[in-house]
Design a protein around this ligand. Structure first.
Ligand code: CTP
Length: 400
């Protein structure tokens, strides 16, 4: 099969250096990438870098290799155009159909999906001109990723940061796989918990688990791509924030409960993908627990943690709120799953089999989604994003 052809447009912002990593991810995962920088982008990262990383010549103007009509051909032959970073200027030009260099010409001739990953100072992002341009591009079917909040150039912080290249890559993959889909979760607020809680014993030790958070992040990312406002309650994941998602970091089960209850108050759906510790040490030692030479260690006494899933299922914050749990099982997967669904009182339970080399930390997953209405939806082995899409399909059905 031919490699998917991606045009990577790079416009003139400091975040241009992060596009090198996006380019690397794209080429290493089997995409044919043509980089089209703007002249200003080359102030930040030179043509030699783009050319070496992509394996193709690079030009910014329509006047190079005119006989090949590059201003038309590059756009015509692409399966996807992604502009990262997209400056306010490039968004404005694209929204108004201006074409004064190779990138803007390419945007006019491309008939494939187009993804913009804007990066700029907060004032420029919030300016009504930019907001109207973004709305225009989205109305025409372009995917415009919400910028992240965080450190900008110099000492400034705020909204306008380029999302992590891994997340831009994930958005590109979704668009290549599924095209630009209807935002069927637009206007919905969804809460996802992810990762594994850590219950501290002393300042340096904790009881934890092997959950990586990848499935929860896939859920958050796909919900955002489907138009939802997403709150991601993240327990000890160390993963880059998914683009356009509000991330609330937590450590322990008690902190996770507080964050989930708060976010769930106005949520249409809550998906509990986090591995929440059922027990925590009864006591926390303020100083590091020392070994005593000739003595046996003291046993660790545990107490129960709240069951967040059971609690939010019993006391629904809103009528019609859809609640989804996850069950990690090692044996009798389906029978245990059915019993757990009833015990927890949620609407859907994603049951997957876990073991030393299964699920934890891996990029792929396989599961059955059990419904309180008796339904069973098997999800074949595949990327965690696919399972996430199925979960949102089932949630969207239930939200009506
Ligand atoms: N969960 C929760 N609060 C807890 C424990 C679990 O909200 N204190 C949620 C998890 O986020 C997950 C679901 O409950 O969605 C199932 O978790 P799991 O650990 O598989 O089930 P348990 O109820 O702990 O049952 P067991 O450990 O006995 O299998």
């Amino acid at each position: 099969m031919d490699k998917p052809k991606v045009v990577l447009g790079v416009s003139g912002g400091i975040a241009a250096y992060k596009a090198c990593e996006l380019l690397r991810r794209l080429t290493e995962s089997g995409h044919e990438v043509r980089v089209v920088p703007t002249a200003s982008a080359l102030h930040f990262v030179g043509a030699a870098t783009w050319s070496a990383l992509s394996g193709h010549p690079v030009s910014t103007e329509v006047w190079d290799d005119v006989h090949e009509v590059p201003h038309v051909r590059i756009g015509q032959h692409a399966d996807l155009v992604v502009v990262a970073p997209a400056t306010a200027d490039v968004l404005a030009k694209a929204a108004h159909g201006l074409a004064d260099d190779l990138l803007t010409n390419t945007l006019l001739t491309a008939r494939c999906p187009v993804v913009f990953a804007p990066a700029m100072h907060t004032e420029m992002w919030e300016h009504p001109a930019t907001q109207e341009n973004v709305a225009t591009l989205r109305r025409r079917g372009a995917v415009v990723i919400e910028p992240a909040v965080g450190r900008l150039t110099g000492v400034d912080t705020g909204k306008g940061r380029l999302p992590d290249p891994a997340e831009i890559y994930a958005v590109c993959r979704r668009v290549l796989d599924r095209g630009v889909t209807e935002p069927d979760l637009r206007g919905r607020h969804v809460v996802v918990s992810a990762g594994g809680t850590r219950e501290p014993l002393d300042p340096v030790r904790f009881l934890g688990n092997r959950s990586s958070g990848k499935q929860g992040y896939a859920l958050a990312r796909t919900a955002a791509a489907r138009g939802a406002r997403v709150t991601l309650v993240a327990a000890n994941t160390g993963l880059p924030d998914p683009a356009g998602v509000d991330v609330v970091p937590v450590g322990t089960a008690v902190q996770l409960r507080e964050a989930v209850l708060k976010a769930a108050a106005d949520a249409d759906a809550v998906v509990m993908a986090a591995a929440v510790a059922d027990f925590r040490p009864a006591a926390y030692a303020a100083g590091k627990i020392k070994k005593k030479d000739d003595k046996e260690p003291d046993p660790i006494v545990l107490v129960r943690n709240p069951d967040v899933l059971a609690e939010i299922s019993a006391e629904r914050a809103r009528a019609g709120q859809v609640i989804v749990g996850f069950a990690a099982e090692t044996d009798d997967v389906l029978a245990n799953g059915r019993a757990k669904l009833e015990r927890k009182g949620c609407d859907l339970l994603v049951v997957n089999e876990v073991g030393e080399r299964k699920t934890f930390g891996s990029e792929e997953n396989e599961a059955v989604v059990l419904g309180a209405d008796g339904t069973e939806t098997p999800v074949a082995h595949g990327p965690k994003d696919h399972l996430a899409e199925t979960v949102w399909d089932l949630v969207a059905q239930r939200l009506g």
